[in-house]
Every structure is written in structure tokens, then in C-alpha cells.
Write a protein that binds this ligand. Structure first.
Ligand SMILES: [Zn+2]
Length: 149
């Protein structure tokens, strides 16, 4: 996302749009961006430089660390903010700042039940196999009883 400094009026300007998710340079099959990066930024210039503030976000196709199922995780940074010293420049690229904040918001261990509604299959499977194990033990005892007879 490039901003032309001279196009920003004294009271700031609002930028809204999308950026290609390839700027994230994510090379991990467990976290694959499936939407463009959206931004809605208030941008202004003062004597110190250029500042930008607002929400950014991207949707990721993730793999649950527990059940290995795929799910879409919306990454939202509601209060993205950056400040760039102009150093005489008329064009400022905010891409790297947006990239960094998205990467910081990525979960290290994504869980498919992040929304509080999805039931992670791993927790279900664990309960289920525990019941099966008990049944197995009973079957074994039954077999042993039969042997005695
Ligand atoms: Zn899961």
C-alpha cells in the first residue's frame, strides 16, 4: 500500500482497499491466506512524518494443531498504527508495516474451536476412544472368564 504524501490534505485522508496477500510471504501449508488483505486506514501528515491508523485483516486457511482439520481463521488487527518519518520522500510504502502486524497476529497454535462454537474433533475423539478402551477391557475380562470355564 503506497501513499502519496502530497495527496494527503492537512486534515488527513481515509484509505480503504485491499492488498495482495502475497506480500505476507507465508510459505507454510498450515497457514494459507485465502483472502486479500483488507485495510481501512486514516492517514495524516504532520511535522514528524506520516501516520496511519485503522483496522487491517486477512482470512487464513489453517490446520488445527489438535485434529488436523482445515478451517478458516479471520485475522483482524483492529488498531493497526504506524508512523513513518518522511525524510523528504513523497511516496511512502506501508506494505511492510501491514505485513509485520499481520504476522504478529498469527496464532502459533491454531485451534479449530477458536470461535467457541466449533467442536474440535480431537477432543471428541479422545472421549470416544476412552469409552472404547473401557469396553475393550471388559471384553478382555469376558474372554478370560470364558477361558476359566
Ligand atoms: Zn480441531
Amino acid at each position: 500500500m503506497k501513499v502519496h504524501v502530497l495527496q494527503i490534505p492537512p486534515d488527513g485522508k481515509h484509505y480503504e482497499g485491499e492488498e495482495l496477500n502475497s506480500i505476507l510471504e507465508l510459505d507454510d501449508p498450515r497457514t494459507v491466506p485465502v483472502s486479500p488483505i483488507s485495510y481501512s486506514l486514516d492517514v495524516g501528515v504532520n511535522e514528524d512524518g506520516l501516520w496511519a491508523h485503522g483496522p487491517i485483516g486477512v482470512d487464513l486457511d489453517c490446520e488445527c494443531v489438535r485434529c488436523l482439520s482445515r478451517f478458516v481463521l479471520p485475522i483482524r488487527v483492529d488498531d493497526f498504527a504506524c508512523h513513518v518519518e518522511l525524510e523528504g520522500r513523497e511516496l511512502v510504502d506501508l506494505t511492510e508495516y501491514i505485513r509485520e502486524d499481520i504476522l504478529l497476529a498469527l496464532p502459533a497454535h491454531p485451534h479449530c474451536d477458536w470461535d467457541g462454537e466449533t467442536d474440535c474433533k480431537a477432543s471428541f475423539t479422545t472421549d470416544h476412544s476412552a469409552v472404547e478402551t473401557l469396553d475393550d477391557i471388559r471384553d478382555v475380562w469376558k474372554d478370560l472368564d470364558n477361558l476359566k470355564l
